[in-house]
Design a protein around this ligand. Structure first.
Ligand code: SF4
Length: 397
């Protein structure tokens, strides 16, 4: 007998009628209710890990929803705090997140100098250790509150990426995790002349190939590569370059490992996953500037299991058509329309489900889920909305 599917609660952004009670905010409240915060014990320190954005990026989860989640934690007696990387916390007020607006403190994941960490012996290819944020490690409860968007290195940013990158200190994130794609060889220096290396550099329309003549070294920046394979055309007479799935998969495998290590710090009934699939941009919030939304808003998804939450999110996105007119010119869409939207944006080898395969193998949950829609349009559309919505007099509350 196959195990029972994991419930993923879903609220669509589309209201069924004219009543506020059928609209998105009510659905967010309903998803939180279904998730059931009653396993949070009084005075538990509750880390709400979110991406607070960067510089002029304003499309992170609206503070309007963050306060509702904070309130729900307080209602069961927990002590919530919001956590993210130090810089994101220090300038969060620029994007509207303060203790006053959110309703709880904002604390950097790895302390004020990004040095309060716990060592994780990851032993993965070229990486021996990573430093997990000590604040995240010390909390009693984790609410992984993720803004869903595309990601140029792995195709997709959601709950796994939120803790697998954002849960570790800066040097781990940038100096180790983001460099893992270089761990497997892909270029044969002996077969390649400097002249040919220059040709390869020039063959890439996105400038992903860099050649250092002084040390005769060619590097592919896989994070920006959309696997158009133009470089392999230029290399067909020589055959010194490979664009392989393995180099792309490494990053996703490492994300799964990192997320798994974060989740091990918590009891199973103390973790909650909320994915906000709204304002879906092609690239991550950390780019620090605004993008057009390139997919329709979908809604909120909540689960007690990370793999189920992520799978349901990707499946719903997979049913969407990309709003091609909104795509910035530096994201070259793959022509194959049957690919997942994030693969069309970032290339077929950046299949966003890869991390989930690894996560499932690591025992982080199952891709077998049951989508439970709350306040669905079908059930609310025939109910009566309010007859009067005008404001008869100013109200302070
Ligand atoms: S496959 Fe990647 S590295 Fe090669 S040309 Fe295309 S974008 Fe550039």
């Amino acid at each position: 007998m196959s195990p029972k599917p994991t419930k993923v609660y879903y609220g669509s952004v589309i209201p069924g009628n004219r009543g506020q009670w059928s609209a998105f905010a009510a659905k967010v409240d309903e998803v939180i209710k279904k998730l059931d915060f009653s396993t949070i014990t009084k005075k538990d320190k509750v880390a709400i890990k979110m991406h607070l954005g960067n510089k002029e990026g304003y499309q992170t989860i609206p503070v309007f929803f963050v306060r509702r989640i904070v309130k729900a934690v307080k209602d069961v007696g927990g002590y919530p705090f919001i956590t993210d990387t130090p810089t994101a916390v220090y300038n969060a007020a620029e994007r509207g997140y303060t203790q006053e607006t959110c309703g709880c403190p904002l604390i950097p994941t790895a302390g004020i100098k990004d040095t309060y960490t716990y060592t994780f012996n990851v032993d993965f290819h070229s990486i021996e250790t990573l430093e997990m944020g000590g604040v995240l490690h010390d909390a009693d409860v984790l609410i992984d509150l993720a803004h869903v968007k595309g990601h140029n290195t792995c195709g997709f940013g959601g709950a796994i990426k939120n803790i697998a990158l954002g849960g570790y200190h800066g040097p781990s994130r940038w100096g180790k995790i983001h460099r893992i794609e270089q761990a497997l060889p892909y270029w044969d220096a002996d077969k390649c002349t400097p002249e040919h290396a220059k040709e390869l550099e020039e063959s890439c329309p996105d400038g992903c190939i860099k050649y250092n003549k002084k040390i005769h070294q060619l590097t592919v920046q896989f994070g920006f590569c959309n696997q158009c394979l133009d470089c392999l055309d230029a290399d067909k007479e020589v055959g010194c370059l490979q664009i392989k799935q393995e180099n792309f998969s490494l990053f996703q495998e490492l994300l799964a490992l990192n997320a798994s290590e974060v989740l091990k710090q918590y009891d199973n009934d103390k973790v909650f996953f909320l994915n906000f699939a709204i304002n879906i941009m092609p690239l991550c919030d950390c780019w620090g500037f605004g993008f057009p939304n390139v997919l329709n808003d979908i809604g909120i998804l909540g689960s007690r299991e990370i793999v189920a939450a992520e799978t349901a999110t990707l499946d719903l996105i997979g049913k969407q058509k990309i709003i091609e007119s909104m795509m910035p010119p530096f994201v070259r869409l793959n022509k194959k329309k049957n690919l997942h939207p994030f693969q069309r944006m970032h290339g077929p080898m950046k299949n966003p489900y890869i991390a989930l395969e690894y996560a499932e193998k690591l025992g982080m949950g199952s891709k077998n889920y049951e989508l439970v829609e709350v306040l669905a349009v079908e059930t609310t559309k025939n109910k009566k909305g309010p007859s009067k919505v005008s404001e008869p007099a100013p109200s302070f509350y």
